[in-house]
Design a protein around this ligand. Structure first.
Ligand SMILES: [Zn+2]
Length: 130
């Protein structure tokens, strides 16, 4: 990533703090005491598909788990590190969310690779198995 993008992110964070954060003090004061989201959204990591932007939600509205191709792996109580399973468990048992939404999107590279039979150009052991 070019360093100019990092500058963009830092300036964006500064604008967020000065404008959005300071302009929504009531919301952020409430969120300091905890979260009570209405839904768990399992969405893709794709940079073009941000669940909060797509649904016009505010901080605190959604509990979001993101992975490549918004997949929900099978239940495997084997002691491994299962991020999506942990997210579902936490959202349901600890936060009491009312809805679970699996949010797909068009032009998903992960689903495209699944349909085409593999990830091209990625030789790692993680994405291929995923
Ligand atoms: Zn995707």
């Amino acid at each position: 990533m070019p360093t100019s993008n990092l500058g963009k992110f830092i300036r964006g964070f500064e604008r967020f703090r000065q404008d959005y954060f300071r302009g929504n003090t009531e919301l952020f004061d409430k969120l300091r005491h905890g979260q009570d989201p209405d839904a768990l959204v399992i969405s893709c990591c794709d940079s073009r598909a941000d669940p909060a932007i797509i649904t016009n939600c505010a901080p605190g509205d959604l509990f979001v788990a993101r992975d490549v191709a918004n997949l929900v792996p099978p239940y495997e109580p084997d002691g491994g590190h299962h991020g999506v399973s942990a997210s579902v468990e936490y959202a349901v048992l600890c936060l009491g969310v009312e809805h679970i939404v699996v949010l797909g999107h068009s032009q998903c590279g992960g689903i495209g690779a699944l349909v085409d039979g593999g990830v091209h150009g990625a030789g790692g052991g993680f994405i291929g198995r995923w």
